[in-house]
Design a protein around this ligand. Structure first.
Ligand code: PEP
Length: 255
């Protein structure tokens, strides 16, 4: 296990926050604060903000991501956005399988797999989210559950395509609740995900894949979480909406 073999990625998930003008302003605020960061910095913005975000990050080290995409290229899917559309705009990353999509919008492991494949086939980088509900943790099934979510999401994903996949372990009970997993809990589950990748793709792939932690990560707890051997970055919700807080997490990841 060697952290130097993989990229540290700090990604903000803005969720359904910020209008286009607010998005442009927030990126302008973040830009100077993360300049020269020694990690990948990504902002995953609402669909309607993508255009201004892509313009705003030009000549900076910030990358732009979307928060979901459909699995078909085009067709009668009212309200959906395809990976082809994202790619043409210049979007680089897309979050797939966030627990809010699974909980509120009927996303399943099977549709997560379909969206993952479609995004990868279009050349997008995928931030694939997995994680357990509190009840599942209390039932003692976290290990089996995240391994299963990971396996199903990656079905038919080639070893080459896996290089464009980041996995975000996000315990649902820690998202937006202010309850963070302990550094040990985050490291343990990230290690289980890495072991799952090793079983599926071998040691080199497991050593090389970036596995983030997400769930109430903030400026105060980022250093400890990011110091864990299996934690290669963070997917940040609430704290990514404040330039100073997001930049502090980027700084913690850059040491
Ligand atoms: C998220 O939405 O991916 C997330 C981790 O949110 P928060 O940081 O607000 O818990």
């Amino acid at each position: 296990m060697n952290k130097a073999l993989r990229k540290t990625v700090i990604a903000g998930n803005w969720k359904m926050n910020k209008t286009p003008s607010e998005a442009a302003a927030l990126i302008e605020e973040i830009k100077p604060l993360v300049k020269g960061a020694d990690c990948e910095v990504v902002v995953c913005v609402p669909f309607v903000d993508l255009h201004v975000a892509i313009e705003a990050v030009k000549e900076s080290n910030i990358k732009v991501g979307a928060q979901n995409c459909h699995f078909e290229r085009s067709g009668a899917f009212t309200g959906e956005i395809s990976p082809v559309m994202l790619k043409e705009m210049g979007v680089e990353y897309v979050i797939i399988g966030h627990s809010e999509r699974r909980t509120y919008f009927g996303e399943t492991d099977v549709t997560v797999n379909k969206r993952t494949l479609a995004a990868l086939n279009e050349g997008l980088k995928v931030i694939l989210c997995v994680g357990e509900y509190l009840e599942q943790r209390e039932q003692g099934i976290t290990e089996e559950l995240v391994a299963m979510q990971t396996k199903i999401a990656l079905q038919n994903v080639t070893e080459e395509q896996l290089k464009n996949v980041i996995i975000a372990y996000e315990p649902v009970w820690a998202i937006g609740t202010g309850k963070t997993a302990t550094a040990e809990q985050a490291n343990e589950v990230n290690g289980i995900i890495r072991a799952t990748i090793e079983k599926l793709y071998g040691k080199a792939a497991a050593d090389g894949i970036t596995i983030q932690y997400g769930g109430s990560m903030n400026a105060a707890n980022a250093t400890e979480l990011l110091a864990q051997p299996h934690v290669d970055g963070g997917l940040i919700g609430g704290a990514s909406l404040k330039a100073q807080d997001f930049a502090a997490i980027v700084k913690a990841a850059s040491v």
